[in-house]
Write a protein that binds this ligand. Structure first.
Ligand code: ATP
Ligand code: ZN
Length: 484
């Protein structure tokens, strides 16, 4: 236990909230989170509240207002700092800078730079003096943002090496601060090039690394060999992270981490001002979202682990809607762009934009058959594991040999029932994200757009309207089979 004369600090943290504004299932919603912050602050004035990114995008609560609803609510919640995650860039960099301006707390990142001028887009760090203790807080953003958001959102931005930048900041802060906190939207996924763990293998001197991006749940944090405590709350508004630490003579003498969920916080009251603000925005949005735009005879499958790993009826429906509005030969759309399922029965506008929240445009490209093959290989390179790039297709079918190595596992590609010809030209309909080379569809990035056909959500609505009611099936467009 800490010495009696040590000073007690509380760090509260969130990550990957993805605009889960209201209480729902395990999600506590913003008002409850704010209530928890209030409760801790009233108990210990030495309390800091940090967010590790992916806050302002993910539900219609956010997208209908291009993120400003979340920014306003976070102001009321009393955050002290956040770092931008990849999803913060989904409305474009200009919009992110506007949102950051509207936030009453600093948005920090040490590795996001203007491509032309090499200048940082955000302040890299702040030093906060609390109760005589100097706390340095710096931000890091996953370099995966370069391909995880629409390329046009980050066309003037480069993401530099987070470990290099972290080292520089730590060197700079070491003599000026008592505590160094990294606020990273970096993650611990083994599939990522940079992880919080890999950064901490290179960089000493960070006391606490508040992480996000991989949605990792660390119930009591995780200690690294060089003495950093990594903390991460999982996802949405399911947990608030709590790190208590005690300072004596400029050193942390004790620390402990835990997570609070809805059950742990059952006795804590929601913050009324935040609740009122969230309710006000929801009321404004209700009218738009409730509009009935169609009907479906079946459940439309859009669950993340399904649409990123195999054919689903919703993937087929969206791909067919691309063919419907464009008249193209083939359609391909990325599973990662499909963000939810739709239940059987009436379909509302709200459900459609929840499924397709990116404001994607429908475009056509005139592409060589060989590039269609290359695109399919890219989409299934992780198969049977989930990948945002997973291709849902219309007007064509193909087989995957999961035993074959990535890049050589797609075969038996049929377009309109005939084998794909490598040197023939096909009109391909897709979304503007994929067309621009997003999700590593770089083979498409080189083609000029042949046609533009309005937004993807409108295409889906128009197609369902044409059908009368949607009734798509999984029909063997994408199947497993050994290479012939
Ligand atoms: P999480 O969103 O759960 O935090 P993450 O931050 O790694 O995880 P993902 O959910 O994997 O991000 O989202 C990235 C994926 O979203 C991309 O791989 C891509 O498939 C899809 N995506 C991102 N932006 C767009 C866009 N503008 N249009 C279509 N799809 C997009
Ligand atoms: Zn996230």
């Amino acid at each position: 236990s800490p010495p009696a004369d040590a000073k007690h600090f509380t760090l509260l943290h969130t990550n990957d909230m993805h605009a889960r504004a209201t209480a729902n299932g395990g999600d506590m919603g913003f008002a409850k989170l704010a209530g928890i912050f209030d409760a801790y602050r009233s108990e210990n004035p030495n309390t800091l509240v940090l967010d590790a990114g992916d806050a302002v995008h993910g539900t219609t609560f956010a997208t209908l207002m291009n993120g400003s609803s979340v920014a306003e609510v976070m102001n009321l919640m009393g955050y002290d700092a956040m770092t931008p995650g990849n999803h913060e860039f989904n409305y474009g960099t200009e919009r992110l800078l506007e949102l950051a301006d509207s936030m009453k707390f600093p948005v920090l990142s040490a590795n996001v730079k203007n491509k032309d001028t090499d200048e940082l887009l955000f302040d890299p760090y702040i030093i906060k003096e609390i109760d005589g203790v100097k706390i340095g807080i710096f931000g890091l953003t996953t370099p995966e943002t370069a391909y995880k958001t629409h390329p046009k959102n980050v066309e003037n931005v480069v993401f530099t090496d987070p470990a290099d930048e972290a080292q520089e900041i730590v060197d700079e802060l070491e003599d000026q601060t008592d505590v160094i906190i990294a606020l990273g939207h970096i993650g611990m996924d083994e599939s990522s090039v940079d992880t919080s763990l890999s950064i901490l293998e290179e960089v000493d001197g960070i006391d606490i690394f508040v992480d996000g991006h991989s949605h990792t749940v660390l119930e009591e944090g995780q200690e690294t060999d060089n003495g950093t405590l990594i903390v991460s709350t999982g996802e949405y508004t399911q947990h608030v992270g709590v790190v208590d630490f005690w300072m004596k003579d400029g050193e942390i003498v004790a620390r402990e981490a835990k997570l609070l969920n809805a059950e742990d916080a059952a006795e804590i009251e929601a913050d009324q001002a935040v609740d009122a603000k969230v309710t006000e925005f929801l009321e404004e949005q209700k009218v738009i979202l409730a509009e009935e735009v169609g009907e479906t005879a079946v459940h439309l499958e859009g669950a993340r682990e399904k649409v990123r790993a195999g054919e689903t009826n919703l993937g087929n429906l969206i791909a067919d809607s691309l063919l419907f509005v464009t008249g193209a030969d083939v359609a391909l759309t990325n599973g990662g762009g499909i963000r939810d399922s739709i239940g059987e029965g009436v379909i509302t506008k709200g459900e459609v934009i929840t499924v397709l929240p990116f404001g994607n445009q429908v475009v056509t490209l005139k592409v060589k058959g060989a590039d269609i093959k290359a695109a399919l290989e890219n989409g299934v390179s992780d198969y049977p594991n989930a990948k945002g790039a997973f291709p849902h297709v219309g007007g064509m079918s193909f087989k995957i040999d999961p035993a074959a190595k990535a890049g050589e596992r797609v075969h038996s590609i049929l377009v309109g029932g005939k084998p794909l010809k490598a040197d023939a030209e096909y009109t391909l309909a897709t979304n503007d994200f994929v067309a621009a080379g997003g999700d590593e569809y770089i083979m498409f990035g080189k083609y000029p757009q042949a046609g533009m056909f309005g937004s993807l959500d409108e295409a889906l609505i128009a197609y369902i309207d044409e059908l009368g009611a949607a009734n798509p099936k999984v029909e063997g467009r994408i199947t497993e089979a050994a290479l012939p």
